[in-house]
Structures are given as structure tokens and as C-alpha cells.
Design a protein around this ligand. Structure first.
Ligand code: TZP
Ligand code: MG
Length: 214
């Protein structure tokens, strides 16, 4: 059986923005504030280091029933028994990931356009990362922002869970959800905050009221 994931407040890690705090420190604080899904994203580290980071986060999250999604690396997701993998448009194709990962693996795909969204749904993605909604300095060379209209247009064309990402913060998150996203994913708004628990709580307040409370 595939796990049911609560995507409402989705944290994406980034050790380069974490003020020297480890992923475990930031994620521990963030889940206290209501983060309910975590993606490990490592852009500049060895496979061994990536694996260590993934193991540490699994040890933290698994007992709390919070899903861990691994960015890019299906091998690491499978090695640590993570709930899923998140794939961009230039990563391992969804079909290959499904073949290797099986039916129980959650596969998220970044959609940078309506066409990406329709294709990923047809190929069996479990959720879409709408990327980016707003311009952001966190991801270099990102696609042109979808904006709120882009979120609404994709919402009208797919039934998949939509997780919006890019430039989302406590000031604009409610509008992103109102445009049709099921969840908001953030890096800097939580990872770079002086108090990640407080930052997560502020974002959590924007989520629908049945959202799990910390
Ligand atoms: N994918 C699309 S935008 C982005 C990623 C990983 C970065 C989002 O970071 P931030 O700091 O929440 O804008
Ligand atoms: Mg990628």
C-alpha cells in the first residue's frame, strides 16, 4: 500500500542556508512548528555524505510518521527506505523510477508548465511540485515563475496533489493555497530563519484548519 502523505507544509532542506545548523537540527525544530513532509535536497556533497544525511533524517522522521522524500537520488531513497523521491524535468524519467522503485514509492515530479503537469500525471506521478511559483534565489537557473495564475491553471487540469514551491513565505502562502495548491514547500522561509519552529508555525497557520497541529 502506498502511504498517504500530508503535503500541506513541506520542508526542503538546504545546508547552505541553515546558519551552520545540521539538517537534523533544522528539521527537528521545523516539525515542532508543524512541518508534515520533508525533502532532503543535497546539491554539493558526496554520495556517502548524502546517504548519511538521509539515514539521520530517517531515524528522526520514521518514528514520528513523517515522510522523507529524497531529491534526485532514487538509489538513496531505496537504500534508506524513504517514502519517496522527487524528480525534476532533467532527472531520472518517471517511468524508470517507477520501474525500479515499485508501486509503493511516492514519486513527485517538478512541473514547470501545464504540459509538464499533464505529462507527469499521465505517467503516474503521485504529486507535482509546481516550480517555481515565484522567483527565488535558492534555486539557480530556475524556470520562469508560474505565478498564481499558473497554479490555478494547473489546478484546473489535474487531480494530483499540487505542492507549490519557490519564493513562498508567510506573506504570500495563503494566496498560493487559495490559487489551488494543496501544499506549500519552502526552503529559506524555514531553513534560514533564526527560529525555524516559529517560522514553521507561522506557515502552518496558513494551512487548512484540519491540518495536523504540532
Ligand atoms: N525548486 C523550485 S524553487 C526551489 C526549488 C528547490 C527553491 C525554493 O526555495 P525558497 O527559498 O523556498 O524560495
Ligand atoms: Mg532534481
Amino acid at each position: 500500500m502506498k502511504p498517504i502523505i500530508d503535503y500541506r507544509l513541506y520542508l526542503v532542506t538546504d545546508r547552505s542556508q541553515s546558519r551552520g545548523r545540521s539538517n537534523v537540527e533544522v528539521v527537528t525544530a521545523a516539525i515542532d512548528g508543524g512541518v508534515c513532509c520533508v525533502q532532503l535536497r543535497e546539491k554539493d556533497c558526496s554520495t556517502r555524505q548524502f546517504l548519511r544525511e538521509a539515514r539521520e533524517l530517517m531515524a528522526l522522521l520514521q518514528p514520528r510518521n513523517i515522510p522523507l522524500i529524497i531529491n534526485d537520488r532514487l538509489d538513496i531513497a531505496l537504500a534508506v527506505g524513504a517514502a519517496g523521491v522527487h524528480l525534476g524535468q532533467n532527472d531520472l524519467p518517471l517511468r524508470e523510477a517507477r520501474r525500479l522503485g515499485g508501486d509503493r514509492l511516492i514519486i513527485g515530479v517538478s512541473a514547470e508548465s501545464i504540459e509538464d503537469a499533464i505529462a507527469a500525471e499521465a505517467e503516474g506521478a503521485d504529486y507535482l511540485g509546481l516550480s517555481p511559483v515565484f522567483a527565488t534565489a535558492t534555486k539557480k537557473d530556475h524556470a520562469p515563475p508560474l505565478g498564481l495564475n499558473g497554479v490555478a491553471a494547473i489546478r484546473a487540469r489535474t487531480g494530483l496533489p499540487l505542492v507549490a514551491i519557490g519564493g513562498i513565505n508567510a506573506g504570500n502562502g495563503a494566496a498560493v493555497l487559495a490559487a489551488g495548491a494543496d501544499g506549500i514547500a519552502v526552503v529559506s522561509a524555514i531553513v534560514a530563519a533564526a527560529d525555524p519552529t516559529h517560522a514553521a508555525r507561522e506557515l502552518h497557520r496558513l494551512c487548512r484548519p484540519d491540518s495536523r497541529l504540532p
